[in-house]
Design a protein around this ligand. Structure first.
Ligand code: BG6
Length: 487
């Protein structure tokens, strides 16, 4: 098992899950700043004031701001994004720890509303630009290559209040303006970029029987994001031909629940709708052959212009980048043993075990995914998220014995090694939440992914002290040996 020389070993984070400093230095708000904590059984809630001035709360999934309402922060609610793990004020200390592990790459996202607080200013917010410049310089100083997500679940809230959720064409230009600002500002400092984090979640999240209008909106939303992404890729290449820009797909390996041919077809349609559709448009620059069938299933007819199609063609990505946590078995047969995780749901797979949050543990699924996608696109690949969300026990002496996390990562790295042996051009692996951060789906801190423990609890208490887990020392060895020493 040989990973390439210069393989990008590292870790990944996202602004709204770790930065905190939600209202510092001119930053505008994002939806996460009005979203409370939750658990696996109780959803995160969005807080707002309705047209009559009454306080309201609603589950985040599928939320639409009612007419006349506006988003609001309530003093007596807890919003995990407001402090996160305060990366904003701890980044030097955090980067020093990443360096100690030997990181070659660190994935982080820029918060759009730090750069353009309402999304519509003519000039960017200098303090926001300075913050990220300082972070990138600190990374460079420590020999760590930044991998920057331009969008990771955080459209400026002011835009959402005005235009809704990406179903308005004006988003395209606003996003491209923001992306151009980043490419210009950080030219020579940042070379690796991702346009939209897990762009396919828009469709993955929808139940099969959602109303046609919901599908119409989702496919429209996606189309505007595809065009925005393609135009950003083109601008990124023009501004600096050295830039390498990737798509970012939520990678789920789908299996048929049985060998009934009906299940084979059903699972194949899951691949098309949930995974291939977004990858095909972003890597091949055109809508795939099965598009019409997908749209017809839900009587969808998106607004697409000739100019949009040309933009898609001119803005194909340089690499196929994706997250991978789990696989999902799906069936057409009656089966009540439903399991959900990472924006998807299916039926229990008797051959797999599951995490405490119900996510299937399936390293073979990663090998399968890598080989399937490399064969499809023949682009360099990076696994830009992977990891185990688990409860960690902090011992009295400050140690954290997270052997379960080591086992998870070891098996997934082995799976990557097999894919590499089988010819996949894999260039990097950034483990998710390499430092503990707020869970996106539940808002919890106790669902920890890090090699570095952060003393921050679900109720917001904690000293924010950083501590090395056993996995910290293990991952350091993995990196030192370029993936040879996994024990
Ligand atoms: C991915 C997201 O879906 O999964 C991350 O890109 C997220 O933002 C990660 O944190 C893990 O999910 P969760 O819900 O456990 O935080």
């Amino acid at each position: 098992m040989k990973f390439c020389e210069n393989f990008f070993w590292g870790g990944a984070t996202a602004a709204v899950q770790c930065e905190g400093a939600w209202d510092a230095d001119g930053r505008g708000m994002t939806r996460m700043d009005v979203t409370t904590g939750g658990t696996v059984h109780s959803p995160r809630m969005v807080t707002y004031v309705d047209r009559d001035g009454n306080r309201q709360k609603a589950p985040i999934r599928g939320f639409r701001l009612p007419e006349g309402a506006h988003y609001a922060v309530f003093e007596d609610e807890f919003y995990p994004s407001h402090e996160g793990i305060d990366f904003y004020h701890h980044y030097k200390e955090d980067i020093a720890l990443l360096k100690e592990m030997g990181f070659k790459m660190f994935r982080l996202s820029v918060s759009w509303s730090r750069i353009y607080p309402t999304g519509e200013e003519d000039k960017p917010n200098q303090a926001g630009l300075d913050f990220y410049r300082n972070v990138f310089l600190e990374l460079k100083k420590n020999g760590i290559e930044p991998l920057v997500s331009i969008w990771h679940f955080d459209t400026p809230l002011a835009l959402e209040e005005k235009y809704g959720d990406w179903t308005d064409r004006r988003y395209i230009d606003l996003y491209v303006k923001y992306a151009r600002t980043l490419f210009m500002e950080y030219k020579g400092l940042v070379k690796y970029w991702l346009t939209f984090n897990e762009i396919n979640n828009t469709i993955n999240l929808l139940p099969e029987d959602a109303p046609d209008e919901v599908y119409q909106e989702a496919y429209q939303h996606l189309h505007y994001k595809f065009v925005a992404s393609a135009k950003a890729v083109k601008a990124g290449h023009e501004i600096d031909p050295e830039n390498k820009i990737g798509c970012m797909i939520c990678g789920i390996t789908y299996y048929p629940g049985t060998c009934d041919p009906k299940d084979i077809l059903f699972h194949h349609s899951k691949w098309e709708k949930g995974i291939f559709y977004c990858g095909d448009v972003q890597c091949k620059g055109k809508y795939p052959t099965y598009t019409k069938r997908l749209w017809d299933e839900h009587h969808v007819n998106p607004d697409i212009t000739k100019e949009d199609m040309e933009a898609l063609q001119k803005g194909t990505v340089d690499m196929y980048t994706f997250s991978y946590y789990m696989s999902q078995a799906v069936t057409t047969h009656q089966n009540d043993d439903i399991v959900s995780g990472n924006m998807s749901s299916g039926v229990r797979n008797q051959y797999l075990t599951y995490s405490d949050w119900g996510w299937a543990l399936d390293p073979d699924g990663l090998q399968y995914y890598l080989e399937l996608m490399y064969d499809r696109y023949e682009l360099p690949m990076m696994v830009v998220e992977n990891g185990l969300g688990a409860v960690d026990a902090l011992e009295e002496d400050g140690s954290i014995h997270d052997s379960y996390r080591i086992d998870y990562c070891r098996e997934h790295i082995k799976a990557m090694g097999k894919a590499v042996q089988n010819g996949v051009n894999l260039i990097g692996y950034t483990a998710w939440g390499c430092i503990d951060l707020v869970s996106a789906s539940t808002g919890e801190m106790k669902k920890r992914y890090g090699f570095i423990y952060v003393d921050k609890q679900d109720d917001g208490t904690g000293t924010l002290e950083r501590m090395r887990k056993d996995s910290f020392y293990w991952y350091k060895k993995v990196i030192e040996s370029n993936g040879e020493d996994l024990e």
